[in-house]
Write a protein that binds this ligand. Structure first.
Ligand code: GDP
Length: 454
């Protein structure tokens, strides 16, 4: 069965964690041990199956380890023998492989044997991902990755033992496989929305108009806070939930009109949602609190859109002025979309949910490292970094560290030499190349010169 699937070979020196990784990847799909005539070592083969991904075979050349150790004790001669053993084993596995996961140890750093193996793998011309194992946290991840750049493979930091970044690894491995094995679209989960805005802006009218007849009010089970009331509905096969609608809907008494429009509780709701909708009242313009909220949402990298409601009540030119005004406030987050709507007439309400889906989708984007680095080369070629303090920063490598929001890390010779406007240029060009239009995005620069001098 696994014979018909494309196979990815795990290659690496002993003890880098190949078998732990292998076991992580195959989960319960038990490994079969093959004793191949003519090949002295066992190969572990298994099938990687995940709901949202096409299956593929995986081969662990880890069996080498035992005999390799035996060879090592023979002394210096043995070490040479040991290397050639690995190469021979690797050779056998590579012969039928579709791609290679070259595993290195982030804690040990780059060893001569890694370079030796890398050179050998490179000559095969197979799609290869360098998997930097034993990295568990972001800070250390960057450090650990830096020195493996010189191998010339796209890198991904993982921890086989702790399961860190394993989903990203699966996606990147599938991306290495020949066309026709690309990822099937995963089942969409309920899209959670938070509706923010000051009292009377039209939040409940909008929720009612958007969710329509099919809506279901879902209160939390007794005993929990009454403030958590969700409105759940379906549209075009997609499930949606407006979270925390209690404060919005329960407004019967006049005192409730002076309902606190607390930035804090607004933020709290938005953290429960995938996408936040900030509603402004076209007849009232933008309040101080709206501004603070926009600032806050922006610094927190919250995916959000701005709705200017009650458009039916203001003349066209006034609406245009207001839109300009709001766009000005969004200057530092120009990716945030702005819609002029009316809960009363239904104007442009049909654009809201597709836009929310688009934002959500963009937030989850995961770009294979190879593509990222081609994009970086293109960005540098079009517009090279400026000279700062008589030198230009060198850009070594680009990697995606996180999704939600997409977070990209540039490894550079000296981050201090990269001015803010160049970072903004890089953001613009990444957005353009990868079609990340409305989602927030983070860019980090990491200097790796210190590492190099060591
Ligand atoms: P909330 O406090 O933000 O939930 O605001 P409501 O949804 O209760 O709306 C406040 C008032 O504005 C109500 O009288 C609504 O009928 C009215 N309203 C809401 N949206 C619109 C709109 O698009 N156009 C007009 N003309 N009135 C609206």
């Amino acid at each position: 069965m696994s014979e018909t699937l494309p196979q990815i070979v795990l290659v690496g020196r002993p003890n880098v964690g190949k078998s732990t990784l292998f076991n992580r990847l195959i989960r319960s799909n038990r490994a079969i041990t093959h004793d191949r005539p003519g090949v002295t070592r066992d190969r572990m083969e298994g099938v990687v199956r995940r709901k949202s991904l096409p299956p593929f075979g995986i081969v662990d050349t880890g069996g080498i380890t035992l005999n390799a150790h035996a060879a090592v004790v023979e002394g210096p001669e043995g070490i040479r023998g040991f290397e050639s053993q690995i190469l021979r084993q690797t050779e056998a596995a590579l012969a039928s492989a579709a791609a290679v996961a070259f595993v290195v140890d982030g804690r040990d750093g780059l060893l001569p044997l890694d370079e030796h193996l890398a050179a050998h793998i490179r000559r095969k011309g197979l799609p290869t991902l360098c998997v930097v194992n034993k990295t568990d946290g972001m800070e250390r991840e960057d450090e650990h990755l830096a020195e493996f750049h010189c191998l010339g493979f796209p890198l991904l930091a993982v921890s086989a033992e702790h399961g860190h970044n394993i989903n990203a690894l699966l996606e990147e491995l599938v991306a290495l496989l020949p066309a026709g094995h690309s990822a099937a679209p995963p089942e969409p989960p309920a899209l959670r929305l938070a509706m923010l805005g000051r009292p009377n802006a039209g939040k409940s009218s909008l929720i009612n108009a958007i969710s329509g007849e099919e809506r279901m009010i879902v209160s939390d089970v007794a005993g929990t806070t009454r403030d958590s009331v969700d409105v759940r509905f379906q549209r075009d096969g997609q499930e949606y939930v407006f979270v925390d609608t209690a404060g919005i809907r329960r407004r019967t008494r006049v005192t409730d009109r002076v309902e606190k429009y607390s930035v804090n509780s607004a933020i709290k709701s938005s953290t429960k949602a995938h996408v936040t909708l900030l509603t402004l009242d076209a007849t009232e313009g933008v309040s101080q609190q709206d501004k603070r909220l926009i600032d806050m949402l922006n610094t927190r990298k919250t995916p959000f859109m701005v709705l200017v409601n009650k458009c039916d009540l203001v003349p066209r030119d006034a609406l245009e002025r207001l839109k300009k005004n709001v766009a000005g406030m969004l200057a530092f987050c120009s990716h945030v979309p702005l819609l002029a709507v009316s809960a009363l007439t239904g104007r442009d309400l049909q654009k809201i949910l597709p836009l929310a889906r688009k934002i959500r989708e963009e937030c989850g984007v995961r770009i294979p490292t190879g593509q990222l680095n081609r994009a970086m080369e293109e960005a540098l070629a079009r517009n090279q970094p400026p000279v700062v303090k008589r030198a230009r920063a060198k850009f070594f490598y680009l990697t995606q560290a996180e999704t939600e929001p997409p977070t990209f890390v540039f490894f550079v010779s000296d981050a201090e030499r990269v001015p803010e406007n160049y970072v903004r240029y890089l953001e613009r060009i990444l957005r353009k190349i990868f079609g990340i239009v409305h989602a927030p995005l983070r860019l980090h620069l990491r200097s790796s010169h210190k590492k190099k001098e060591r």
